[in-house]
Structure formats: C-alpha cells, structure tokens
Design a binder for this molecule. Sequence first.
Ligand SMILES: Nc1ncnc2c1ncn2[C@@H]1O[C@H](COP(=O)(O)OP(=O)(O)OP(=O)(O)O)[C@@H](O)[C@H]1O
Ligand SMILES: CC(C)(CO)[C@@H](O)C(=O)[O-]
Ligand code: BAL
Length: 280
Amino acid sequence: MTAPILRDLPSLRAVTRDWHMAGETVGVVPTMGALHDGHLSLVAAAKKACDRVIVTIFVNPKQFNNPDDLKNYPRTEEDDARKLERFKVDALWVPDGDQMYPDGFATTVSVAGLTDVMDGAYRPGHFDGVATVVTKLFTQTAATDAFFGQKDFQQLLVVRRMAADLDLPITVHGCPTIRDIDGLALSSRNLLLSDRARTLAPRLFEELEGIAEGLKAGHPFATLQDQAKDRLLKTGFTEIDYIDLRAQSDLTLVTDTTQPARLFAAAYLAGVRLIDNIAV
Ligand SMILES: Nc1ncnc2c1ncn2[C@@H]1O[C@H](COP(=O)(O)OP(=O)(O)OP(=O)(O)O)[C@@H](O)[C@H]1O
Ligand SMILES: CC(C)(CO)[C@@H](O)C(=O)[O-]
Ligand code: BAL
C-alpha cells in the first residue's frame, strides 16, 4: 500500500500527533529523493528501530551552492513512492519550497568548526543549508530517531553536533554506505554520469582502498595521496577537491591511524561531483 504523501504542515502534524500521544517512536529518513538502495537501507534501519517511519523528500535549494547542480538534480517522485511501497512506511513528507521557506523566512542554523573543512570549504553555505533544513525536518516531524548515511560522513557529524547543541530530543543514527557491485557508493548524482563515466567512477573508491592498504604497509600518507590524485587525473577525473585523512571524531587532519580515522575524497568526473569515504 502506498504511504500517504503529506505536503502541508497541518496534515503532517495531524498524523504524528496520534503517534506521539500513543508513546510510539517515530523515525525520520531525510532525503532529496531519486531514491536508491542506499536510501532504502536507511528506511529499513528506521523500520527495524521505530514504531513509525516518515521519509522526507525535499530538494533543498539552500544547500546548493551551484545553480546548475540544483537545476540538474534528479527528481523522480512517482518512482520514489513506488520504491517505498514494500517498506510500508507510515508517511512521505514532501513539502514544497513555499511550505519550507515561506516569504520572510530569515533564520539560518550554522554549525561552526566541523563545517570549515572539506565540503564546507568547497561548497560555501552548503552545511548552513543542510543544518537549517534538517532542524526544520526534525521539529516538523518531532521524530525521536533520525537515520543518515555514512556516505555523507561530514554531514552526519554536523547533524549530530546541531542536534546536541540545540538540545533536540532525537537520536541520530549513522548507517553504513551501500555500494554498487563494483564498489561505487550509491548516490543520486550517479544518475547524471554517462555510460563511460560510470565505468570509471569506481576508481575513486579503489584509490581510497589502495591508500588504506598503503597506510597499513607503513607508507607515508602524503606520498599515497599524491599518487592517488595523479592516477585519478590520468583516468579522466578532471578536478580533485580533496583526498584527506582525518580523525573520525572531529575531522581534524591526521597523518597516521593511531586514532580512529577515515579517508575522505571528493572529485569531479564528467562534470559530476562524487564523494566517498572509508574507515581506516
Ligand atoms: N550509498 C549510500 N549508502 C547509505 N546511505 C546513503 C547512500 N547515499 C546516500 N545516503 C544517505 O541518504 C540520505 C539522503 O541523501 P541524498 O538524498 O543526498 O542522496 P545521495 O544519493 O547522497 O545524493 P547526492 O547525489 O545528493 O549525494 C543521506 O543521509 C545520505 O547520507
Ligand atoms: C540531509 C538532506 C536530506 C538535507 O537536505 C540532504 O543533505 C541529503 O540528502 O543528504
Ligand atoms: N548528499 C548530500 C546532499 C548534497 O550533496 O547536497
């Protein structure tokens, strides 16, 4: 059965009020649509953990620093609703831009520190947009639990910081990255890759794995990083925003893996910006 698609706040509040009154746990899975198995793994985790599940679909203009990226972002609402049928989620929250940001909207939620690096540095304003919309999604749904992917690891930490700092009564769960059979992290933007670019895209993950092995073998990170960048550029990637080794807790740069660390990468292939990260 198709879940009800709710587009205005009074309708959303009407259904969630009864759940909260009954003491049920409510899980929210925030997405920008164009759903794939990565998103669906979050939905499955939410179904397992919570009495009720709301999936949100909103392509949030405030987090796009590039107007073409916003214009080209895939929008597939009917397919998305169909893909969710088998999960029997309780509601789809699909607000439009006016619902989310009515005339006069003037508030920005900004998380300092964690957002200074990587995607925060390369996509100015991006995490302000994310933190602002996620704060609204949390308060609109009054969810008790939220489910985010580790594919966007920096986003996961930013959201956790924001929820803790604002005392939002919600538990933020981080779920593992789902990959295609060739290792490419599933991502809605993969739909924008040409056939040829799609065959090259898994190289990003392969390079991260190669660096992880090199670190285990005792090679210095700086050398491994340079070699990986060179190889990606020769393969056809056009621009590499970063390949970084950072502490998992606070994203500070590290040069070894004496504390829990992750490798992070962002690079352009045929005009599409791919990101990935792995634990080392
Ligand atoms: N491969 C994946 N595995 C697990 N979670 C994922 C994966 N891809 C996305 N997610 C998670 O799904 C949620 C919604 O992400 P979003 O709608 O931006 O999808 P996306 O595929 O990351 O798209 P984009 O192309 O914008 O990066 C986020 O919490 C994100 O981390
Ligand atoms: C969390 C999110 C739905 C906020 O718009 C978005 O950044 C995403 O899809 O990862
Ligand atoms: N997956 C994070 C959302 C974005 O790239 O804008």
